[in-house]
Design a protein around this ligand. Structure first.
Ligand SMILES: NC(=O)c1ccc[n+]([C@@H]2O[C@H](COP(=O)([O-])OP(=O)(O)OC[C@H]3O[C@@H](n4cnc5c(N)ncnc54)[C@H](O)[C@@H]3O)[C@@H](O)[C@H]2O)c1
Length: 286
């Protein structure tokens, strides 16, 4: 593999997991965040994950030392000047991502691929903030990045085949299963499939057809899914599901199939459920 040094932007939930994966395949890694405390927290998370892997007999102590030794935490963007590949994992904010990509474009060699872990933003728009749109693509990991198998690789309007090939190779080296999203579109594959099943599940409860428990039981046992839609929303965030629905509705031509159910709107507006309250669907009084 040509890529020897990887830059990761953001040391948060996704960034530190991705930095760990890049180091595990033998790359030098520069993980950048904006404050020392965020960098430290990211490094601590990696340390904790690797310690647990040792306890489970999946990793040797010297391997942990080597993995951590290849990751340099920094707040300086200039430390990424000689990386061969970049994965961006800053907050889900388009203007911030565009600014970061502009900086990266000025800093990194022209042959370097710049990828984004965005869950929903337009790769085409992010790429347009650089002078190398053909070298920009989406590299969408799932949470927790070191464990979840899938990486969605997304083509922006101008992404070329070589960029997709390099990104796919790195993801596969990391032990991931990859899929290619050939056209830049909101939600890629997984969220585009997941959101309609959330909407239908909520509507079934809203219409008094079945209880939350029975919808989850039906989906788990009838479709052989490991989790029901309500359990999955509680894990990934009811408020996030709501925001994704609103985003899809806006971006996918306001088709009614994407509009969020009234029950969900009211629950969010009343501030009753969601990550802020710590209460999930199973606390909802049906
Ligand atoms: N959390 C998930 O389940 C999940 C799953 C897949 C994809 N994503 C996507 O991954 C990205 C990151 O999400 P997260 O959950 O890790 O967020 P997070 O809030 O945990 O971490 C984001 C980090 O980016 C840092 N940051 C902000 N501006 C920066 C800059 N200019 N340079 C470097 N770092 C900067 C923040 O300080 C923060 O530490 C988002 O685009 C999100 O949509 C998240």
């Amino acid at each position: 593999m040509q890529v020897k040094k990887v830059g990761v932007i953001g040391a948060g939930t996704m960034g530190n997991g991705i930095a760990q994966l890049a180091s595990q395949i033998g790359c030098e890694v520069v993980m950048r965040d904006i404050k020392d405390e965020f960098v430290e927290r990211g490094l601590k998370n990696i340390d904790r994950f690797l310690t647990k892997s040792i306890e489970r007999g999946k990793l040797k102590a010297d391997e942990k030392v080597a993995i951590l030794g290849r990751i340099k935490g920094t707040t300086e963007m200039s430390d990424l000047k000689d990386v061969d590949f970049v994965i961006e994992a800053v907050l889900e904010d388009l203007e911030l991502k565009k600014k970061v990509f502009q900086e990266l474009d000025e800093l990194c060699r022209p042959d370097v691929v710049l990828s984004s872990n965005t869950s929903s933003m337009s790769i085409t728009e992010i790429a347009a903030s650089t002078k190398r749109p053909e070298k920009v693509c989406g590299m969408h990991f799932f949470n927790p990045a070191p464990i979840m198998k899938l990486v969605e690789i997304i083509r922006g309007y101008e992404t070329n085949d070589e960029t997709v090939a390099i990104t796919t190779e790195i993801a596969k080296e990391m032990g991931k299963v990859t899929v290619e999203i050939k056209k830049d579109t909101p939600g890629f594959i997984v969220n585009r499939v997941m959101i309609p099943h959330f909407i239908e599940a909520i509507k079934i409860v809203e219409e008094g057809i079945a209880s939350i428990e029975d919808v989850d039981t039906a989906v788990k046992n009838g479709l052989n899914y490991p989790m029901g839609p309500f359990e999955l929303m509680d894990l990934t965030g009811i408020d996030i599901a709501y925001h994704v629905m609103e985003y899809f509705y806006k971006e996918l031509n306001k088709e009614s199939k994407w509009s969020s159910p009234n029950l969900l709107k009211n629950i969010i507006r009343a501030g009753k459920l969601g990550r802020k309250t710590g209460a999930g669907w199973y606390e909802y009084n049906q």
